[in-house]
Write a new protein. Structure first.
Length: 250
């Protein structure tokens, strides 16, 4: 029995060593660099508890073309010269919008996936750590606002196909500055309430899935543009015709 403490200590040390040898290794990834090189970026957003999840998917092609789609619409940019907008069935008036407004719609939609990455980076910063074995990694994050801090839970994961998944879920809005008393000569409470209303809701989240697979060469030239409207003056029946009309290089 005199050897029991020694055996327990030895067993504890061996278990600790085994745990250390099997601990996941981590890699540091730059979100901005990953998104710039991405073959695809899938953005999902829950604005508040009980709301519908919004999703926007963007595919980048090796020839520089880009295709962005969402629930009932989409845009594509061909060789950075001509854009096409998918007209939702319930919004036929989009086909008759002035040229400038159509161009603005294309630009705004093309920046949508980038905007999702930027919003996640407000919590994560430029770099994130990802477990090399594909397991989820979760950490806490905070961001200052005018009267306190916001808190969030950040989850990162390397998916089996190599894609990088990053989710930021807001967990709290905290006020660190006392509210004005009833006899205060000057109150900032109205401003505080207005600022709070502008903050993301507790429970809301933004997730980006950055695809690292090789880019597809191009959008299929036979892709039909029926139901799509050009952001320029002309219109083509297929992607191939649109590329040719715009003078895109094959």
């Amino acid at each position: 029995m005199t050897h029991t403490p020694t055996r327990i200590a030895l067993a504890t040390a061996l278990l600790a060593f085994a745990g250390a040898t099997h601990a996941a290794a981590f890699s540091t990834v730059s979100l901005s660099k990953a998104s710039e090189a991405a073959a695809s970026i899938d953005v999902q957003h829950l604005p508040s508890a009980g709301a519908e999840i919004a999703r926007m998917q963007t595919q980048h092609f090796a020839d520089g073309d880009q295709l962005t789609t969402w629930a009932d619409g989409g845009v594509m940019m061909l060789c950075r010269k001509v854009g096409y907008i998918k007209v939702p069935a319930d919004k036929p008036e989009m086909a008759t919008l002035p040229l400038e407004q159509r161009q603005m719609l294309v630009y705004a939609a093309m920046m949508g996936s980038v905007g999702g990455v930027v919003q996640v980076m407000q919590w994560t910063g430029e770099n994130v750590e990802v477990a090399d074995d594909g397991s989820e990694t979760t950490r806490s994050a905070e961001s200052k606002w005018a009267y306190g801090v916001e808190r969030a839970e950040v989850t990162t994961q390397r998916m089996p196909d190599g894609a990088l998944r990053v989710r930021a879920r807001k967990t709290a809005t905290e006020e660190s500055t006392p509210r004005s008393g009833p006899d205060a000569g000057f109150s900032t409470d109205d401003d505080r309430d207005a600022r709070i209303a502008e903050l993301p809701a507790v429970g809301s989240w933004m997730e980006v899935l950055i695809g690292t697979q090789p880019k597809v060469a191009r959008i299929d030239p036979s892709f039909s543009l029926t139901g799509w409207v050009s952001s320029g003056e002309g219109h083509a029946a297929t992607v191939g015709e649109a590329r040719a009309a715009a003078g895109c290089k094959n």
